[in-house]
Design a protein around this ligand. Structure first.
Ligand SMILES: C[S@@+](CC[C@H](N)C(=O)[O-])C[C@H]1O[C@@H](n2cnc3c(N)ncnc32)[C@H](O)[C@@H]1O
Length: 278
């Protein structure tokens, strides 16, 4: 397995070539199987070059379960996969990612709400959907290990709702904002370095850039060469993205420790808890 490389090819073919239990963390956003929707879109439809993002939903979910299980195989026990998806509707029927994730081998550790602050579809069939989901999936070390290691408070304080606007300055049709993989990597590894981070649908390489900037190794998989080439350029010039990455890192801080808050009686009723955490 070669580190710090983007494999250009099909996700399952490449994943199958990677060894068992070899990856420390995976982060991804797959294609969403949304297809064309001409009605009521505020932002333009996502269209990948040379790839159809519309297959039969049943086939799509089967494919995603296969990908989830291959990532499970290559991940080390005690490690995590952050899988970004969203709730969709097809002909009025809700399609929830939990449906297929819970058929995979993964243990679901948390559902994080990514509040993008902007809706794609502004018709009034429902309240405007401004959020996507990020599933924190966990590979237990053994049958008793369903909780895993604890996050440091400075990371856990960022809560389960992540208010991060979508990325605007990227020619890829559906890129992550760099804050998302940065938040995940820093929260999981804190100051540890040299871990191996995988993004099986690497696109413009946002996960890989965050991994490199935080001194880790990366492996990306991407079918479209043009996106992979763009990602390689980004990786060469990763310093340009450091200001945004540093802004995200600054958010990981505890202003008052648990001990200090306890000493003030914040948990015993002597003082009322503050309404805000920060
Ligand atoms: C939502 S995008 C990922 C964007 C990425 N997070 C970023 O920040 O740029 C999904 C990517 O999966 C790629 N893709 C779709 N089908 C694939 C397949 N079978 N194998 C590998 N990559 C695929 C698409 O070309 C697209 O770049």
């Amino acid at each position: 397995m070669e580190l710090n490389k983007i494999y250009i090819g099909d996700v399952l073919e490449v994943l199958k070539s990677l060894p068992d239990n070899s990856i420390d963390l995976a982060i991804t956003s797959p294609p969403y199987n949304k297809g064309e929707n001409k009605k009521g879109w505020l932002v333009k439809n996502v269209k990948y070059k040379g790839i159809s993002d519309k297959i039969k939903e049943e086939e799509y979910q089967k494919w995603q379960i296969e990908v989830l299980n291959e990532v499970y195989r290559v991940i080390k026990p005690g490690s995590s996969f952050f899988y970004n998806h969203k709730i969709r509707w097809e002909k009025g029927i809700m399609l929830h990612p939990i449906e297929w994730i819970s058929k995979s081998n993964w243990h679901i550790r948390q559902e994080i709400i990514w509040d993008r602050g902007i809706a794609a579809n502004i018709r009034g069939w429902r309240f405007w959907q401004v959020e996507e989901r990020i599933y924190w999936l966990y590979k237990p070390r053994d049958k008793k290990d369903l909780i895993g290691d604890e996050l440091l408070s400075k990371h856990a304080l960022l809560t389960s709702i992540w208010k991060i606007p979508p990325e605007k300055n990227n020619p890829h049709p559906a890129p992550f904002p760099i804050e998302i993989p940065t938040r995940i990597i820093y929260s999981i590894f804190d100051e540890e370095k040299n871990k191996i981070i995988l993004d099986p649908f690497a696109g413009s390489g946002t996960t890989l850039v965050a991994a490199k900037a935080l001194n880790h190794n990366y492996i990306g998989i991407e079918k479209v060469k043009e996106y992979a080439d763009f990602a390689k350029e980004r990786l060469k010039n990763y310093q340009q993205e450091l200001p945004k990455i540093k802004e995200e890192l600054k958010k990981h801080q505890v202003k008052k420790s648990f001990k200090e808050r306890k000493a003030r009686g914040e948990f015993t009723g002597k003082h009322k808890p503050k309404t805000t955490l920060f």
